[in-house]
Write a protein that binds this ligand. Sequence first.
Ligand code: PLA
Length: 401
Amino acid sequence: VSRFEGITMAPPDPILGVSEAFRADTNDTKLNLGVGAYRTEELQPYVLNVVKKAENLMLEKGDNKEYLPIEGLAAFNKATVELLLGADNPAIQQGRVATVQGLSGTGSLRLAGAFIHRYFPDSKAMISSPTWGNHKNIFNDARVPWSEYRYYDPRTVGLDFDGMISDIKAAPDGSFVVLHGCAHNPTGIDPTPEQWEKIADVIEEKKHIPFFDVAYQGFASGSLDEDAYSVRLFVSRGLEVLVAQSYSKNLGLYAERVGAINVICSGSDAAARVKSQLKRLARPMYSNPPVHGARIVANIVGDPTLFNEWKEEMEMMAGRIKNVRQKLHSCLAEKDKSGKDWSFILKQIGMFSFTGLNKVQSDNMTNKWHVYMTKDGRISLAGLSLAKCEFLADAIIDSFY
Ligand SMILES: Cc1ncc(COP(=O)(O)O)c(CN[C@@](C)(CC(=O)O)C(=O)O)c1O
C-alpha cells in the first residue's frame, strides 16, 4: 500500500481552478472571465510589443545564464523601486529602501510573510474583506495570523470606509495592514486620496505597519505615477512601509514570475539589515530569482524609447478595459427593465468588476451560459471583448433574476 494513502485530493484553486474548468469546456461560446489575465479584443493572450523588442535586444547581446545574487538583478532592483517611488524620491536617495527581487507578486508576498513570522511573531496581518483569495493562503502557510477589516459594502456597492477605519483602529498596535496599492482585487473599489490620508493617519496613530500589494501599477489608470499615489503618500509621511510588486499584468510577464519586495525603512542602516535577513530567508526558499523577466524590465525601463512605448501600451490595455466597462454597462442598462442601478460597473477600476452575483448565480453563469468567473461574483473584464458584452449582459440578467 502507498505511503501516501493519507494524502487527500486538494480542492481546485478558487481562481486558477476556474481556468482549468474553462479549458475542459468544449462549448465554443465559452468565455473565461476568471483569472485576471489581459486578453485582446480577439480574446487572445497579449505579449507587449515592447517586451518582444527587449527580448530581441537581449538575444543579440547574448547574456549569460549565471546565477543572480540572492537579492536578484541589481539593474532590475534599481528600476523597480524607482518605478514605485519615483526616481527622485528621498527614500531612495537616502538608501532607506531594502529591495529584493521576488518570484512575482505571490513570491514577494510570501517572502515578506516569512520575514514577518520570523521577526514579528506576535504581530498579525489585517486583510481586506474581501481580498485576493491567495492572501489568506500565503499568510496561513507563512504562519502569520490574520484577521479581516471591513472593505466592501454590498448595500452601496462601494467602500465601507467607516468600517475599514474602525477595524484597523481596533487591531492590536503594530499589526501589518495589507492594502491594495490600486485596483483593489476583487472589488475594483479604491479609496479616494482623502480617504488614503485618513487611512495613513490611523495606521500612524496605531503604530501599524502598512504592507502594500502593488500588482497593477500602471494597469489601473494607465499611469504608473497615478497608480502609485497611495504608496508614495505613505512614504512621504515618513512611515516605514512594505511593498510587494508584480509585473504580471502591467508588462504581461505572467509566467516569467517577475516581482519584488521593498521595505522602506527609517534609515539606511536598518534597510541594510532588513535586506540581509530577506536574503537569508530567500536562500533556503528558492535561492535566487529568475533572470529573464528581470532583464526585460531593466532593459525597458533603462531605455527611454522602450519605456515610453511601454507606457503607451499600458494606456492601450487600460483603455480597452475602460471601453469594455462602458459597453457592458450600456448593454445592462438597456436590457435590464428592472431599473437596477448598474453604474457601479463604471465606478470600479482595474481589470475586475465585482458584480454582486452570489455563488448560485455564478454557477448559473457557468453551467447555463459557459461564462467562467470566480464564485465570489468577480469577473475579469480583461478577458471580455466589446463583441461579447451583449452576450454577457444577457447572461448576467438571466442569472441575477
Ligand atoms: C492583488 C494581487 N496580488 C498579487 C497577485 C499575484 O500575481 P503574481 O504572483 O502573478 O505576480 C495578484 C494576481 N491575481 C490574479 C490576476 C492571478 C492570480 O490569482 O494569481 C487574479 O486572477 O486575481 C493579485 O491580484
